[in-house]
Design a protein around this ligand. Structure first.
Ligand code: ADP
Ligand code: MG
Length: 217
């Protein structure tokens, strides 16, 4: 380990590499979920997008601040993914990056602020509210759990473990919901009884963040 900046930037690089691996491993499952209530491309979209992100970040200098890396990641998603998840995760990561700014290192509160900025970006672009059966249903409870953990004085990796649990729980909570946003909303009541693919991949992304931070601490 060299400087603090290199360590913190490494979290972003490790996180994105881990997401690329996780969505690849779960690609079939994500596609299956999307085949039930969408067009069956979510696994492929996430795999293509995050593998491009992994490559884009591998080419970055180790001293590039973490916020800048997230902006590169977001732009890469927008330019490589055709489905809704590309622009949505694209804006999410760009807003998270902008929230961190040029700081060399960040603490739990700054990370929670960055994740909140990511959600705000998703909501601005996609106009989904909690309960609409989207990625928002995984992300909102996840940031709430992160903040609760931090407020209780938990170390960041513990608080992130709770955040990942909450995201998984949030993804499961989409099963009985009727979709009101995105392609699944075209199905009306027939969208009920299926887990939302975007909420499912969002939980993978938060779990990967927990692993990246745990490895670094
Ligand atoms: P597409 O729907 O264009 O095929 P994907 O299959 O990659 O794109 O992604 C679908 C996921 O995107 C959904 O499961 C949902 O979680 C998310 N999504 C779709 N529309 C919205 C929206 N307006 N707001 C938030 N999330 C959305
Ligand atoms: Mg789809």
């Amino acid at each position: 380990m060299t400087t603090e900046a290199a360590v913190q930037a490494a979290i972003v690089t490790t996180w994105m590499r881990d997401v690329a691996e996780a969505v690849k491993a779960e690609s079939g499952h994500l596609t299956q979920l999307d085949a039930a209530i969408g067009d069956g491309d979510h696994g492929v979209n996430m795999e293509r997008g995050f593998s491009a992100v992994e490559k884009a970040l591998a080419g970055q200098n180790a001293e590039v601040p973490p916020g800048r890396l997230l902006i590169v990641a977001g732009k890469t998603l927008v330019s490589t993914v055709g489905g809704a998840s590309g622009p949505l995760w694209g804006v999410a990561l760009r807003r998270a990056g902008r929230s961190l700014g040029d700081v060399e290192s960040f603490d739990g509160e700054q990370l929670a602020d960055a994740l909140q900025a990511a959600i705000d970006g998703v909501v601005e672009l996609g106009a989904a509210a909690p309960g609409d059966k989207t990625m928002v249903d995984a992300l909102v409870p996840s940031v709430e759990a992160l903040r609760r953990g931090l407020a209780a004085g938990e170390p960041l990796d513990r608080a992130l473990a709770s955040a990942a649990d909450a995201a998984e729980e949030g993804a499961r909570s989409t099963v009985p919901m009727q979709a009101r946003k995105g392609r699944a909303s075209y199905l009306g009541e027939r969208s009920i009884g299926h887990q939302d693919p975007g909420a499912t991949s969002s939980a993978l992304i938060i779990r990967a963040l927990e692993r990246a931070v745990s490895q670094a601490s």
